[in-house]
Design a protein around this ligand. Structure first.
Ligand code: FRU
Length: 493
């Protein structure tokens, strides 16, 4: 083991004990200590679900990237393991950036981006991002002696050698494939495809997809690609996108394209992109397929532009989203919390047909900060829409966060302005809800420092970090007009 990795192990072992369990979410992944960003190497290997992540143990800020590591059987309780990789080689001295994992000939193969610096003929230095490989047994990982296995020089002219990162590997018909995020000379994001007989030797295939309209961002980070229900889905996180109506409000966005993929010619015909999440905090998602056939997606529940909204005193920073099962319905990508979360449900409280008219109410035993709340909201009178419905949570005299629905516009707004923030970062987001305004279904998952809102059975999702003090645990319902609601609440323990 390198000195750098040994140092990280020692540091995380000593420091993580200093963080009281109550300071962390209950079932969302957080780093043991220090900084975390993208999920990496999300994969099933040797009977366990592995999740790695971009990790800088020594500070709560981004720094030379390590790969943190944890494992789970159920994706709700995670065993945090020692860091898997440190930036300890010449080819990754400036960071082990994002990547993915697969089982290859019985071994756990990690593909990641090694960041190094190259001295140019004029004496200046320029960053280089190349794709590297490490093998392991689920606990200990060793970098491949032939690294890097893919360099930027393998791509045609016009593809950036500097922004070339985040390999996602898969196997199909006995061959390995790998896509990498990239951009072209016109500063437009794209995804490039490679193939190989083994994870050690690769050939460039094609530019699989690109920002052909010029409106889909510069660098495309963290791509993912999979087939489901006869369609193919390309996920990526384009940087520097402008908002378009209700889509793409996060600057750096997580989007998906649905399309048709020709496996022989490697041509992907894609439709226009859509946001994967309409909240503030969802970036660099990665999916994996479990042995039971489910495709699960997990993301960094954070946004690069709102890092200032953080708890100053804590020694760790950032959370992953809930792992979400994705499926296709009517050509749309649906997301729901993995069903394993249901096993944490306790203390069911249920109300049916509660009529609320021009007032705010609370319901006995409906409160908490680690809860699973299911809500169905209908107008009392079908022909008479109510004006506005409001759900407040993480609420006391001082704080509250709100979900507000206006059925005439079909817009659901999340507002965390009063969640205890001391910073001028964005605190409101709107989602144009696709469904029928005569029935809005919400599932709200709260876990101490976050809220994830699954709209109409997961057709759309809004994710938000909420740093409100834990004793603000009230939940209330308010209406302008008249609604009839069903409420089912579980504690998640
Ligand atoms: C996305 C990202 C990746 C990169 C990693 C570095 O959040 O910028 O493109 O590999 O973070 O930590």
């Amino acid at each position: 083991m390198s000195l750098k990795l040994e140092k990280a192990h020692k540091y995380e072992k000593e420091e993580k004990q200093k963080i009281p369990a109550e300071e962390k979410p209950v079932f969302h992944v957080t780093p043991p200590i220090g900084w975390m960003n993208d999920p990496n190497g999300f994969s099933f290997y040797n009977g366990e679900i592995h999740l790695f992540y971009q990790y800088h143990p020594y500070t709560r800020d981004w720094g030379p990237m390590h790969w943190g590591h944890c494992v789970s059987k159920d994706m709700v309780s995670w065993e945090m393991l020692p860091a898997a990789m440190a930036p300890d080689q010449e080819y990754d001295a400036f960071g082990c950036f994002s990547g993915s994992a697969i089982e290859a000939d019985g071994k756990h193969a990690l593909m990641y981006t090694g960041v190094s610096k190259k001295t140019l003929p004029d004496g200046t230095t320029q960053e280089r991002q190349n794709q590297c490989l490490a093998y392991g047994d689920g606990r200990v990982y060793e970098k491949f002696s032939g690294n890097p296995v893919i360099t930027g020089e393998m791509m045609p002219k016009g593809c950036s050698r500097i922004d070339f990162r985040d390999p996602k590997i898969w196997k199909e018909d006995g061959k390995y494939y790998l896509i990498v995020g990239n951009k072209n000379d016109d500063q437009r994001g794209q995804v490039v495809l490679f193939s190989g007989k083994t994870p050690e030797s690769w050939e460039f295939e094609t530019v699989l997809a690109e920002n052909s309209t010029g409106e889909i961002g510069t660098m495309w980070e963290c791509p993912d690609f999979f087939g489901m229900d006869g369609k193919h889905f390309l996920i990526c996180s384009p940087q520097d996108m402008k908002a378009q109506k209700y889509e793409f409000h996060n600057g750096n966005n997580a989007v998906f394209f649905v399309g048709e993929y020709d496996k022989e010619t490697h041509v992907f015909k894609k439709e226009a992109p859509k946001s994967l999440d309409y909240g503030f905090d969802f970036y660099a998602p990665q999916t994996t397929e479990l042995p039971d056939g489910r495709r699960i997606m997990i993301a960094w529940m954070q946004n690069w532009d709102t890092l200032a909204y953080r708890r100053n005193e804590s020694k760790w920073f950032a959370q992953m989203s809930l792992p979400r099962e994705v499926s296709v319905k009517n050509g749309r990508l649906y997301q729901v919390p993995v069903r394993e979360l249901d096993s944490m449900r306790a203390n069911k409280v249920e109300y049916r047909d509660v009529v609320i008219k021009d007032t705010r109410i609370t319901l006995d035993q409906i409160e908490g900060r680690t809860v699973d709340l299911e809500l169905v909201i209908r107008p009392v009178d079908k022909d008479k829409l109510y004006k506005k419905f409001e759900l407040c949570f993480a609420e006391n005299e001082k704080y509250h966060s709100t979900l507000r629905f206006r059925p005439d516009e079909s817009v659901l707004k999340i507002d965390r302005s009063f969640s205890g923030s001391e910073r001028a970062v964005v605190h409101q987001r709107e989602c144009l809800v696709n469904g029928d305004c005569n029935e809005l279904k919400l599932r709200v998952i709260l876990d101490r420092f976050s809220a994830e809102i699954f709209i109409n059975d997961g057709e759309q999702v809004m994710s938000a970090v909420i740093l409100t003090e834990q004793d603000a645990k009230g939940i209330s319902f308010a209406v302008n007009g008249a609604v009839r609601i069903d409420v089912v609440k579980y504690d998640l323990a």
